[in-house]
Design a protein around this ligand. Structure first.
Ligand SMILES: [Zn+2]
Length: 369
């Protein structure tokens, strides 16, 4: 057994909370060629799709509203986005008072920043890879980019639970209630960006892994016999509402964050500024803190021994918010750390690898209502 798998099984980190319903098992990497158009310099002006020319210019939308000239340049990061990650997109100089963006043809929250309009696109593990359209509306016409999201195999794990922990998994109605409550918190879209600068690790000097892995839960007594996961066995994105819809089903869901090994009572510190959106006790996630960082960005901390903040607290980067524990569906102390964008989970390491044009914007503006 690989050490990473052994470690994961030891932690038995559960931490469910998967944001979307579609859940697709992908058995091969199958990375597709990236056809993303990346404009990395001001001289590389991509063509403008004028199919959006019907968008009216409004008098209030002036170039003065942005410090950069509207060149039609869109900077995308990373160059090769991957399922489970985050796509950061900056349209330079677009001077819309109320920015409007879309992804896959649906509205995408986006915000004015000092250099233009910033769109942050979550690419959760539960959504398929493929090529999709990102667009920015502006007075001069819609800007569109075709972005290819490469596929990624997150792997699968068997997790064996003692009877007490297995009983938690089977509390389906309570788990469903918790899931609704947490999803409601995580889907909140507040207007103001509350942070700037680099995001720090919430726990010091530790290794983290496990985002996106599909976990299948069994009783410890089952471990003595061989269990083979059929290739077509799939986890379900929404762990609480339909995990136990059939008695014969194996409880399973995708891991929506990372597990960071740490000793009990290790301090957990806020990676960036924000407002505490929730402090709760839930069946699977245990003692839980959620921080709202503004404009759809949330961070979540599960299995805490102690929460040291209260709902509504304004917290600065580095503020101690709790202590590592093993509450809920966890058999050893560790921190489960999750990042959610517009209510969708993404790999925290992809979020914290944000480019400077996101990290260093020091003039947060209001988001679109
Ligand atoms: Zn976890």
């Amino acid at each position: 057994m690989p050490s990473s798998t052994r470690r994961a099984l030891t932690l038995l980190a559960i931490c469910a909370l998967v944001g979307s319903s579609a859940c697709e098992v992908v058995s091969s990497k199958g990375a597709k060629q990236d056809t993303t158009t990346v404009a990395s310099t001001a001289t590389n002006v991509p063509p403008i799709d004028t199919t959006g020319a019907g968008v009216p210019a409004t008098p209030s939308e002036s170039l003065a509203a942005g410090s950069a000239r509207d060149t039609g340049v869109v900077t995308l990061y990373p160059e090769q986005p991957v399922r489970g990650g985050v796509l950061f997109a900056l349209a330079e100089g677009v001077a819309a008072d109320i920015p409007r963006c879309s992804w896959k043809g649906a509205p995408l929250p986006c915000a004015r920043v000092s250099k233009g309009v910033l769109a942050i696109v979550p690419l959760p593990a539960d959504e398929a890879a493929g090529t999709f359209t990102l667009s920015f509306e502006r007075p001069a016409g819609r800007i569109t980019r075709q972005v290819t999201v490469a596929d990624h195999d997150f792997g699968r794990e068997l997790v064996f639970l003692d009877s007490a922990h297995y009983a938690l998994v089977k509390k389906s109605s309570d788990v469903a209630r918790d899931a609704r409550a947490l999803r409601s918190v995580l889907a909140t879209e507040s207007d103001q960006r509350l942070w700037h600068g680099s995001w720090k690790a919430p726990v010091k000097g530790t290794h983290s892994a496990g985002y996106g892995v599909e976990r299948f839960y069994y009783r410890a007594a089952d471990s003595s016999r061989a269990i083979t996961l059929a290739p077509d066995m799939k986890t379900r994105g929404t762990f609480g509402l339909d995990t136990n819809s059939k008695a014969a089903d194996v409880p399973s869901w995708r891991h929506a964050g990372v597990d960071i090994a740490a000793a009990r009572n290790t301090s957990v510190n806020a990676p960036a500024a924000g407002i505490v959106a929730d402090v709760g006790e839930y069946i699977l996630t245990g003692r839980t803190v959620v921080i709202d960082h503004g404009q759809g960005v949330m961070s979540a901390y599960f299995h805490l021994d102690t929460a040291l903040v209260h709902r509504g607290d304004q917290i600065a980067a580095g503020k101690r918010i709790g202590r590592v524990g093993s509450t809920g569906l966890a058999t050893g102390p560790h921190l489960h750390y999750g990042i959610y964008i517009d209510g969708k989970d993404v790999d925290p390491s992809a979020w914290t690898a944000m480019p400077a044009f996101v990290r260093d914007d020091s003039k947060p503006k209001s988001a679109a209502p």
